[in-house]
Design a binder for this molecule. Structure first.
Ligand SMILES: *Cc1c(COP(=O)(O)O)cnc(C)c1O
Length: 433
């Protein structure tokens, strides 16, 4: 199967090119020419398959023989090696827990699959691959963890100084080895701009073999469609359809869900939840796209002012905003509401949401009257609450225990290199290091 660039539908690339380059030479995002539909019987009988078998069936269509079945199966078994259970909140409301991976966030699925897929493609080449990744928090730790010790690969993580939580910073600055943490004096959008600039800088790309690991890499997006199927599989049989609510930032998770729908999963519609960085919500509701600087919120992995996957979504709908609106609802929620909702859900259901999940819950509630009785509502809980302990403790007004995984990273020493937000400074650093 061919991949094209969102900037040029006629350009043709292989899956390997899309994975290794991350971003197309013209600066566009790679998109598959076709979202391969799954067999109807397979979807009807999801219950008969293990998570890894579902993942394999989906991945096979996109990889299209560029990786042989046995290698692909190995990549999946070693990357998708933790569960994605659903937790029942009420009769028709479920929480899809995506935080059972090594860094306690959904990004583990994408990062681990991408790292192993890239390693597969570059392992025989003599040039080292340099991965650049901008993070507003969770991406960095998931990527660092996924690529740790990958042969022939160096990872540079750019994060905004003082704008990620203490535990996020610990997770991304304590790996060492082939992982370098760059602390940028600026915002997440600065980090993202620097990375984008690097990829279109031919002077740099001629010297260094560069690739990206943001949610723009197609191999990070694909595995995120696996768990929509896994969630649906676990529903009680009376549910014929599902509505998925997705806490959104760069829209990778939402795009992967749209892929799942195109593959044939019976999804009625999506709810995309944003915090005060409501650029996408405004776009869906008014058709106007007004990208801007991000602002800091409690759900900081969603603090995005220029959602990078929007071009993919526009391609999926051929720019038809009316059609988009039928399948994607969206609403935006403030920090105070996020906080009081964590408390409310804790008191009502004895379940602790993280700030991202809380924004999602509020959006899901807003649209809850729109769906029918045989439709389940599924909220993607994108991170474990322990990653945002200060906010969550403030919300529920009591001390909570730190997750054991985090306790371990807190005991290690932070190592980072501080850089200004100027591209030229970053470029010099990269060339000289
Ligand atoms: C990255 C992230 C999001 C946003 O996901 P996108 O795919 O960028 O829309 C939401 N919640 C958490 C916890 C995240 O880490």
């Amino acid at each position: 199967m061919n991949y094209y660039s969102t900037n040029n539908v006629k350009a043709k690339f292989t899956f390997k090119e899309a994975v290794v380059h991350g971003l197309a030479p013209d600066g566009g995002l790679y998109m598959p020419e076709l979202i391969p539909p799954l067999q109807k019987d397979f979807i009807k009988n999801l219950k008969n398959y293990l998570f890894e078998e579902i993942a394999f069936e989906i991945a096979k269509g996109f990889v299209d023989e560029e990786i042989n079945n046995s290698d692909l199966s190995d990549i999946i078994k070693s990357s998708i090696n933790f569960p994605a259970p659903i937790h029942k909140l009420s009769d028709s409301t479920f929480i899809l827990e995506l935080f059972h991976g090594p860094t306690l966030a959904f990004k583990d699925f994408g990062a681990r699959f991408m790292a192993r897929t890239m390693s597969h493609f570059v392992k025989d080449s003599k040039d080292e691959l340099n991965i650049l990744v901008a993070t507003s928090g969770d991406t960095g730790s998931a990527v660092a963890n996924g690529f740790y010790n990958a042969e022939g690969i160096n990872v540079y993580i750019l994060y905004p100084s003082g704008k990620v939580s203490e535990s996020q910073e610990k997770q991304l600055t304590t790996m060492g080895g082939n992982i370098t943490a760059l602390e940028i004096n600026g915002t997440f959008d600065d980090c993202q701009r620097i990375v984008k600039e690097a990829f279109v800088d031919s002077e740099l790309t001629e010297k260094l073999n560069l690739s990206s690991a943001n949610s723009i890499n197609i191999s990070r997006l694909l595995p995120q469609s696996f768990y929509y199927f896994e969630a649906f599989k676990q529903l009680p049989p009376k549910f014929e359809k599902a509505v998925f609510c997705v806490p959104s930032g760069n829209l990778g998770n939402l795009t992967a869900g749209l892929f799942a729908k195109k593959m044939g999963l019976p999804i009625e519609y999506f709810i995309s939840a944003t915090n005060s960085n409501s650029v996408f919500t405004e776009f869906i509701n008014s058709g106007r796209y007004a990208p801007r600087e991000s602002i800091k919120t409690f759900s900081n992995a969603m603090d995005v002012g220029t959602p990078s996957n929007l071009d993919r979504i526009k391609r999926l709908y051929q720019n038809d905003i009316e059609k988009m609106r039928c399948e994607i609802k969206s609403s935006s929620h403030s920090d105070p509401d996020t906080l009081s909702n964590i408390k409310r859900i804790y008191e009502k259901h004895n379940y602790i949401l993280d700030p991202h999940g809380s924004v999602g819950y509020l959006a899901m509630e807003k649209f809850s009257n729109n769906s029918s009785l045989n439709t389940a509502k599924i909220l993607l809980e994108t991170a474990h609450h322990s990653k945002f302990l200060d906010v969550v403790e403030q919300a529920v007004n009591k001390k909570l225990e730190l997750h054991p995984t985090l306790r371990e990273s807190f005991s290690k020493e932070k190592i980072s290199t501080q850089l200004s937000n100027k591209y030229s400074v970053f470029k010099e650093y990269l060339i000289c290091s």
